[in-house]
Write a protein that binds this ligand. Sequence first.
Ligand code: MIC
Ligand code: SF4
Length: 646
Amino acid sequence: MGKTITEKILTTHIIEGKPEKGKEVGIKIDQTLTQDATGTMAYLQFEAMNVPKVKTELSVSYVDHNTVQIGFENADDHKYLQSIAAKYGIVFSRAGNGICHQVHLERFGKPGKTLLGSDSHTPTGGGIGMIAMGAGGLDVAVAMAGGPFYLTYPKVIKINLTGKLQPWVAAKDVILKVLEIFSTKGNVSCIFEYGGDGVKTLSVPDRATITNMGAECGVTTSVFPSDEITKQFLKAQGREKDWVELKADDDASYDRVVDINLSDLEPLAATPHSPGNVKKIRDIEGLDVDQVCIGSCTNSSYTDMMTVAHILKDKKVHPNVSFVVAPGSKQVLENITGDGGLANLFSAGARLAESACGFCIGNSQSPKTGAISLRTSNRNFLGRSGTKDAQVYLVSPETAAASVITGKITDPRDLEKIGIKYQKMTMPKKFYIDDSMFITPPANPEKIKIVRGPNIGDPPKNTPLPEDIKAEVTIKVGDEITTDHIIPAGAKMKYRSNVPKYSEFLFEVVDPKFYERAKKTKESGLHNVIVAGVSYGQGSSREHAALCPMYMGVKAVIAKSMERIHKANLINFGIIPLIFSNKDDYAMIDQGDNLEIPGIRKTLAGKGNAVKVIDTTKEKEFQATFDLSERDKKIILAGGSLNYIK
Ligand code: MIC
Ligand code: SF4
């Protein structure tokens, strides 16, 4: 039988296990990427592994998240990262060079290769035909040290694209449609593989927008074929030699096939506060808009920027709108400057932000109280913009630009009524390329000294899993709790290298008293347990959403269901991820209840996959299960990956 693209790439990279759906395999990672907010911890962990040089084909360390630099902390982290890169054979992409996913696509992505990144939007590389996955920093550190990356051999869902997008409808609307179909939950251990005739109508940046935001569905990754369009993109980047053709065999079989006719799509938006709350622009048009932000790793390519620049040519920003543009990379910025796009944006009244994550992660450009903010980014979780009561809508660059002019949520198809003609923007045949913001590692790194500022602390250590868990339910949360709820990013991200300080902000958006309670419980000698609803740990790959709870003495999370990267992070930090056998038991537990899980160590060391949990406050018992490989169990018993590796 023929093979899917996913199977072709994965089977040639397996180094442990067999390609059986639902079973764990270990694969070889060809390339890694890190960003500064997760990278510092990843490299601290890498250092602890005592490996003299990275063993991958390519590892790149990007600085793109914490570039605001108020106080010394961010700059200290950047210097540390730069020195680590030089020491261990890693390419360093300086602050200002752009957002990791955009830059990686431009300069390094190669069809057919595997890429592991300490950022959940690493699947952007699927747009160029890579199996590109997000993971916690520790898993990326292991991959850099030459170890396998373990994943559940996935189900492959074909998204069969037919037709062609109508004018004013964009790649963003395609992925919003996919989100409408699949939602943000229930897609763990699946890969979206795009195919069908419609694929050839989409450019590489279009495809990358789609694979980028596939992360919001919770899939392992998304992948497109590598075809003539991919070749053209690589040629424009001066990298034609990196091209290989990649397509699924005609008789490849899929676990499910979903058809999307591109010709039927219309402009869509994800409405507050989830990327899965998809509505038609027609159904929400007319709402007054306070802010429009264009950029982020989802929509910051040359074509995105030129599309916006074309729409805004000779137009002015509506007086009630604050309008921010952040081109995705230095390359995008230089090319739109050369081609006149930047001048259009400036004269319309755009505020130019650095080529970095910026507004997307809420560390700048927070909107006013109660604002309606239209953004081309990928996440609109509560509070992520830095303003708790802001209403963030995720839209295409076309919809965003139309709304900049009118000051209201506007269907871009209506632009024709005010005389703006549709023009499909295409890439230049050859981009202007300047790689001077990459620092390649020296041939003789012996003399390099690692620079550690006072903000950089050692990763905290954990103790092995106790015989029994005796705990308090320190927090009970509802469904779809994201890692942004668990540990906020934004201005607080500067404490990423200082776990004791960062832990003070755990669950800040949902329950600011969590930290004090957890501290008290820990000091009393009890463990902490988190109880949650469905799809716990959606969103980012930030391992601090497990590391900080570990630091606060959390030993178990009991949820109705859990997302992939977060579950892996919990395991890596020695926290046992448990699932209610009967989801109704969730209702019986209250915050503050005392729970006991007797003999947890013995159970985990044995053959079973279930534990008895006693709610001693309610004098009731229930069962929870765990889906863990033998390796996962050993890691948890050891108190986390670092202890296990040692
Ligand atoms: C995000 O978009 O949430 C982030 C910030 O890029 C995170 C990584 C982080 O928390 O540092 C992600 O997507 O993994
Ligand atoms: Fe940066 Fe936003 Fe992309 Fe995360 S989603 S990598 S914060 S641009």
